[in-house]
Design a protein around this ligand. Structure first.
Ligand code: SF4
Length: 286
C-alpha cells in the first residue's frame, strides 16, 4: 500500500479516490467511486477517461444487480448520500475540466459510469445537455461516452439524450431471459429483452453494443455464455440491431460472486470473428 492510501473504516481508499472493499464475504467485494466526478483514469477500452458518476458517492444504485459487478451487489453497498444534483454535477465538471485545461492531461473521453446505472438519475437528459456544452467549451475533440445497462432506453427522455452522445454504449449480455434473471438480475419484473432489442434497433448505428462473456458458476448453476446456445441467438440480435460497433469483454477484477471465471482469449476471438463476419467492427478486451 502506498503512503498516500489510507485504510478507511470500511475499505481501502486508493489514490484515485475510489474505495476498494475486499472482504471474503460473498458480495462484500467491490469498488465504490467518488461522486460526481472521478479520475481521470486510463480505461482499457476508452483511453484517458474522465469519469462522471451520477450516483451517490458512498454506495451503489442500479436497475440491474449483476453477479459480476465491480461495485459489488446492490444490497451490499446501499447508499446513504443523495444523488448529486444537476447543478453539483455541472459545477464539479466545469472545475475539473478547467483544471485539466491548465495542468493536463487532455481527456480522450468523458465517461458516464461509476456506482451503478447513470440513466436512473432523474435529470440525466439535462446533465447530458450540460456536459455537451462544457465539452465543447473546454475540449471539443473529446468524446462523451455513456455506459448504460439498457434497462431505461424505453423512456423517451433517456433515448433522446443517448442519441446526442458520441459513444452510446448499451449492455446486451445475452437474449436468454433465464440467463438474464440469473446473471444480470433486473430489478423490474417487467424487464423484456425483446423490447430492449427492438429499441436498440431504433438506435441502429447510433449505438455500440457491449457484452460480458464469462464462465464459472453462481449458486451452483453454470453461468457460461460462450457456447453456441448463447452466442448464436446473440449474433442474430446483433444482426438485427446493426450497431456501429460491438465491444466484448470478460471479467477483469474481483467479482462479488466468487466462482466466476474469465472467458478465454480464444473464445472471445472466436465470438469477435463471428461479429466481424457480419461487417460490424468488434473490439475485444481480454
Ligand atoms: S449494470 Fe453495470 S453497474 Fe449495474 S449491476 Fe451490472 S455491472 Fe453493475
Amino acid at each position: 500500500m502506498s503512503k498516500d492510501e489510507e485504510i478507511t473504516k470500511n475499505g481501502q481508499r486508493r489514490q484515485d479516490g475510489t474505495i476498494a472493499y475486499s472482504s471474503e464475504t460473498e458480495g462484500k467485494r467491490g469498488i465504490i467511486f467518488p461522486s460526481p466526478i472521478f479520475g481521470p483514469v486510463h480505461s482499457r477500452r476508452l483511453g484517458v477517461s474522465l469519469g462522471v458518476n451520477l450516483l451517490p458517492g458512498d454506495g451503489k444504485v442500479c436497475s440491474f444487480d449483476c453477479i459480476y459487478c465491480e461495485c459489488g451487489y446492490n444490497k451490499s453497498f446501499p447508499p446513504h448520500q443523495k444523488l448529486p444534483t444537476r447543478t453539483e454535477v455541472r459545477q464539479a465538471l466545469r472545475a475539473k475540466l478547467q483544471e485539466m485545461k491548465e495542468i493536463g492531461p487532455n481527456p480522450d473521453v468523458i465517461t458516464f459510469a461509476g456506482n451503478g446505472e447513470p440513466t436512473v438519475h432523474p435529470r440525466f437528459a439535462d446533465i447530458i445537455h450540460d456536459t455537451i456544452a462544457l465539452r465543447n467549451e473546454f475540449f471539443p475533440e473529446a468524446k462523451i461516452s455513456v455506459l448504460c445497462n439498457s434497462t431505461r432506453i424505453l423512456r423517451e427522455d433517456v433515448f433522446n439524450a443517448l442519441l446526442k452522445v458520441d459513444n452510446n454504449i448499451l449492455k446486451l449480455d445475452t437474449i436468454d431471459m433465464d440467463y438474464i434473471r440469473m446473471v444480470d438480475r433486473p430489478l423490474s419484473p417487467r424487464f423484456s429483452v425483446e423490447k430492449i432489442i427492438e429499441r436498440m434497433m431504433e438506435f441502429g448505428n447510433r449505438c455500440i453494443v457491449q457484452t460480458m462473456f464469462l464462465k464459472g458458476t453462481h449458486n451452483g448453476c453454470d453461468v457460461s455464455n460462450v457456447s453456441d446456445k448463447f452466442v448464436l441467438p446473440w449474433i442474430d440480435a446483433i444482426q438485427r440491431i446493426q450497431p456501429s460497433e460491438v465491444m466484448i469483454y470478460t471479467i477483469d477484477r474481483t467479482t462479488p460472486s466468487p466462482l466466476l471465471e474469465k472467458a478465454t482469449p480464444a473464445e472471445l476471438d472466436n465470438i469477435a470473428d463471428r461479429v466481424q463476419s457480419l461487417g460490424i467492427p468488434c473490439q475485444v478486451s481480454y
